[in-house]
Ligand binder design. Structure first.
Ligand SMILES: [Zn+2]
Length: 297
């Protein structure tokens, strides 16, 4: 690999990149991007994480928020964020694992939230689609994490599926006490979206929007989301965008593919890719209180 040392950070030498990146990875926006939801502690990234970071850099994805979905993964996310520039972590317990919530976990999470690498409480929330934990357990763990967000002052990274109404009720009760919250991977309907926007929440959009089968209903909603409330994410390795060139279908999703999601969202917002990249990066920077120098090209 060929590296350049710029501002004390290791960056990939441009010019070399095009030789080894597949065609689909060569679509780059002109401004740096923030992937606000990357599951880089997933086992599928174990072998080639360095290469994943190099491709992300080459695709202008300069900042990644690594999602921490339980204690082990949150600790791994923090370890990655300590090791690599441009990486940050969230720390929380996913609604699927809510049945594991106890006072030990609560203390461990509070410790993580005090670390400088941790920029949000989560992923936490409600998932009534699969109910791997009971709704009651999910609500208990979620409210405990809302309390931790109040305590730490950190924003929230929220997962919600088929639980829009209950989510809005709970957040309504907590809204004055929490700072900010993003509903990540938003896939719900118009009423739910407007309910979240009325609560002054942020919205995270993934490659779901690129899926002509199940992302259809989202497309007319995209332009209803104010740019200062919108952020973009891969949710990789899940949700590979379906607007990729045919030869890349079936591969693993990774941060370097974020520009393809930006392209689709910009289309439905009716603005240029550069405008959307600029706006979502600024929004993410404000929301997660990221140092501005990480976003330099
Ligand atoms: Zn999620």
């Amino acid at each position: 690999m060929v590296f350049l040392h710029v501002d004390g950070e290791t960056r990939l030498a441009t010019g070399y990149v095009d030789d080894f990146l597949p065609e689909a990875l060569q679509f780059r926006p002109h401004v740096p991007l923030v992937d606000i939801g990357a599951n880089l502690t997933h086992e599928s990234f174990e072998r080639d994480l360095e290469a994943v970071f190099q491709r992300a850099q080459a695709a202008q994805v300069t900042t990644m928020i690594v999602t921490g979905t339980d204690l082990a993964h949150a600790e791994q996310a923090v370890a990655l964020a300590k090791q690599y520039p441009g990486l940050y972590a969230t720390a929380g317990v996913h609604p699927h694992d809510a049945s594991h919530w106890d006072c030990h976990l609560e203390r461990a999470m509070a410790t993580l939230h005090a670390m400088p690498e941790v920029v949000a409480v989560g992923e936490c929330g409600l998932d009534f689609n699969r109910n791997f934990s009971t709704p009651k357990e999910q609500e208990h763990a979620f409210e405990a994490q809302l309390a931790l967000a109040v305590e730490s002052g950190l924003p929230l990274f929220i997962h919600e599926r088929d639980a829009g109404q209950r989510m809005r009720e709970i957040l309504h009760a907590w809204r004055n006490d929490i700072s900010q919250a993003v509903v990540h991977c938003f896939t719900a309907d118009r009423d739910t979206l407007f309910g979240y926007l009325d609560l002054d929440l942020h919205i995270g959009l993934t490659g779901w929007i690129c899926d002509e089968r199940r992302g259809h209903h989202l497309r007319p909603l995209v332009s209803e989301i104010p740019l200062e409330r919108l952020m973009v994410e891969t949710d990789c390795p899940y949700l590979l965008p379906r607007n990729l060139p045919a030869k890349l279908k079936g591969r693993r999703h990774e941060p370097a593919l974020l520009p393809w999601i930006v392209r689709e969202i910009a289309h439905w917002q009716g603005i240029s890719e550069t405008e959307l990249a600029n706006a979502t990066t600024q929004t993410a920077q404000r929301f997660f209180r990221l140092p501005t120098e990480t976003l330099k090209e």
